[in-house]
Design a protein around this ligand. Structure first.
Ligand SMILES: [Zn+2]
Length: 210
């Protein structure tokens, strides 16, 4: 994609999906993609609970189906779950019909959300139109790149800390690939953001009550 900070030109090209929130205050939004995962979710939940932070977890339907207890603990901890397709489908490589079908299949497992994030951030305008009828499409303006096994701790932290602004939507990953990097950096990143006066908020507007 385009690195740690989503360029404004990209954000302006697709104005009908959410790249960041318009905020006057230093409110920011944490998101974790690709869970639930037996290697990572519990650790992340524990960190968030200690920091009293709530987040949105964009879950893959097949992972949710395989780990119903982890889904329950995400919800019981007060976090929000979003739809991330059933099989982590790349919208750019899939017909709209099959793509929508995969979102619906995820819906069978996690029916209680109207937040959607396209895997890989790949989505076509005609897919957006259909999905928007039911979901707010949440992209991001800050990609931590925590999935990169060779990223340095400094680079990973700076990807978030140096690029954050009011209303930022930050992506981390709730999976086996990212958990090593998260264990080394997540607490430090969250503390640096809090120390700079940022407050962690949840997407409330369109999410259905569980
Ligand atoms: Zn994903």
């Amino acid at each position: 994609m385009w690195g740690a900070k989503t360029p404004r030109i990209i954000q302006k090209t697709f104005p009908n999906i959410t790249w960041k929130k318009n905020e006057k205050n230093k409110n920011i939004y944490l998101t974790f993609d690709d869970g639930p995962c037996s290697y990572s979710t519990d650790w992340i939940l524990n960190v968030l609970s200690k920091k009293n932070i709530q987040s949105t977890f964009f879950c893959i339907g097949e992972n949710a189906k395989a780990n119903p207890k982890i889904i329950d603990s995400i919800i019981q901890s007060g976090h929000i779950i979003g739809n991330h397709t059933y099989s982590h489908t790349n919208g750019a490589l899939t017909s709209t019909q099959n793509y929508i079908q995969d979102i619906k299949k995820c819906e069978d497992v996690i029916p209680y959300t109207n937040l959607f994030r396209p895997p890989f951030g790949k989505i076509y305008p005609w897919q957006i139109k259909t999905i928007k009828q039911q979901y707010e499409i949440i992209m991001w303006d800050i990609m931590s790149c925590d999935f990169n096994p060779s990223i340095s701790n400094k680079k990973l932290r700076n990807n978030v800390i140096k690029n954050v602004e009011k209303g930022s939507i930050i992506v981390f990953h709730d999976n086996k690939l990212a958990i090593g990097n998260l264990k080394k950096n997540l607490v430090e990143i969250l503390e640096a953001l809090s120390d700079s006066g940022y407050e962690f908020k949840l997407f409330r507007g369109n999410a259905k009550e569980v």
